[in-house]
Design a protein around this ligand. Sequence first.
Ligand code: ZN
Length: 191
Amino acid sequence: MPTTRTLIVVAALAALTLSSCSFRESGPFATGSYVERQFDSGPYGGEIEGRISLDDVHLPALARLHLPLRTALQAAAAEAEASGVDMYLTSGWRSAAYQQRLFDDAVVRYGSADEARRWVQSPDRSKHVTGWAVDIGPTDADDWLIQHGGEYGLCQTYANEMWHFEMADTTGGGCPVPSSDASSDRAESSR
Ligand SMILES: [Zn+2]
């Protein structure tokens, strides 16, 4: 009986060694595809679970914004906070793949690509993908930013999205009037 037990232990050890070898051998390939997938999804693709602080600069959603936009936001958030309004990032930089998923979801939700474009831009048009747009929350912070954002060059871009802000030239004072929705950009650029 002890002999059988020994054999079982030896067999188990052999199996363990074999499986760890084969794991190591397939490692580089598995890692390669894993990393590739990770770069355009989850936090690496700019996805945010709920909201993040404007100090969470290690997260790609914030880190991959252009510096003037990020610093303007941080300055605005500090002033808002001083007047009792907490400000968070609900979406910032997005990978093209993440933006495509949002757009595809919107097409399903709104029934057509034209209707979806009123709310979500395709990756080739989205300022989130180029790192020049942010979504801000909660509503109190949006209200604050609509009122004071112009002092920082931060302007509401679309009348139907009170949370979406982009940088604008506000040296003349105040923000330009927002477009009615994101689809009006398309009409403008196709002109
Ligand atoms: Zn947005």
